[in-house]
Design a protein. Sequence first.
Length: 296
Amino acid sequence: MIRPRLRPLSCVLVAVAVVGAAACSASRVPPPERPVFVGSSAAPSARVSPTPTASTVPDVAPVTSMPGATPVGTRAPVVDHGPRTGDKVALTFDADMTDAMLGNLRAGRVTSYANLRILDLLERERVPATFFLTGKWVQRYPDVTRRIAGNPRFELANHTYGHAAFTAGCYDLPRSPVTELAGDVARTFEVIEAYGGRQTRYFRFPGLCHDAAALDALAPLGVTVVDGDVVSGDPFATAWKPLVRAVLDHVRPGSVVIMHVTEANAAMTDEALPHILAGLRERGLVPAPLSEVLVA
């Protein structure tokens, strides 16, 4: 379902200053969007005149056959989950990377922001997943990105270039002007597309923070914004059991589960994941690529 409002999050990853921080139980300001349901005949009616110049938005040819592609020039739709029928759910993993996080790596304060144990488990269990990648994470971990792209069960999606916020009051994320959003996202698509694999036109805002201006700014790119309806709360968690409860207490058919693959900032995710997968099986729910969940 495409939802017009922003919800409280139990915990959203933010990376600020040198060591990063977590912001929990915060609320975002709701953007005035009209709800549109996935699978219905309704569609976003607002068309905008793209204002970014050629210098800020690289040439990106419309790819209408890709999952998540929407008409260029139309306000980007926002999706929380797929139809509440069937048995499919989407496991999504954000790969954040800010300049502060890169600084942590260079200074040796952090060993890794790429949790390979998550990939090991997903590959071993043959579990589909969708990865929302920042451009800076991809450039820092090209081999891991190549591994993700090489798995036919994994989809690749866009999470901005440097995990900046494009609205005010988005936790403590570094802020960028909304006029730079289209260029930032287009640049990230170019970085990701070089790796092949199951490319999409799905996009997720850092902190899930967006408003009407941000959605309009994405109009030249023809994307679908994916929030999610199940927030694991894995950033900076110190125990795995609360993550399992957060997912299994709220997951339903069509759910989009938000987790992170950024090891140092989400150290408990790989511990929680086997229990989450077991709980999904007990509930008769089957992980599937995001593109399949949203159209099921």
